[in-house]
Design a protein around this ligand. Structure first.
Ligand code: FES
Length: 102
């Protein structure tokens, strides 16, 4: 399965772009220079939406925070060993694609 998330040119240098993903949302952003990453817009506490702020994702419901590079929980009520969910992706041409089972 392969599904285009967005055009690479649409990903901001800082922060993230939120794109639709089969009825849900995904943050797409840059890490460590030019690397791209896609993370489900879902908090590991009760599923609240995440805001991308200063290198972290912060949940707007109860303020859990997660590192955008590792996905690790930093603080808040999400389980201590929880991680945000990353999607498997591949760059092809001018787009970033979600890929599964290839
Ligand atoms: S749902 Fe995210 S901190 Fe509660």
């Amino acid at each position: 399965m392969k599904h285009e998330l967005c055009k690479i040119a649409d990903v901001p240098k800082e922060g993230s772009i939120v794109v639709p993903f089969f009825g849900r949302e995904v943050h797409v952003y840059r890490v460590g220079g030019a690397g791209l990453r896609a993370a489900a817009n879902v908090c590991l506490h009760f599923g609240g939406p995440l805001e991308c702020r200063d290198g972290t994702f912060v949940c707007s419901w109860h303020n859990a925070s997660f590192d955008i590079s590792s996905g690790d929980r930093i603080a808040g009520p999400a389980p201590k060993d929880s991680k945000i969910m990353f999607l498997s992706t591949r760059v092809e041409g001018d787009g970033l694609f979600y890929v599964w089972g290839e």
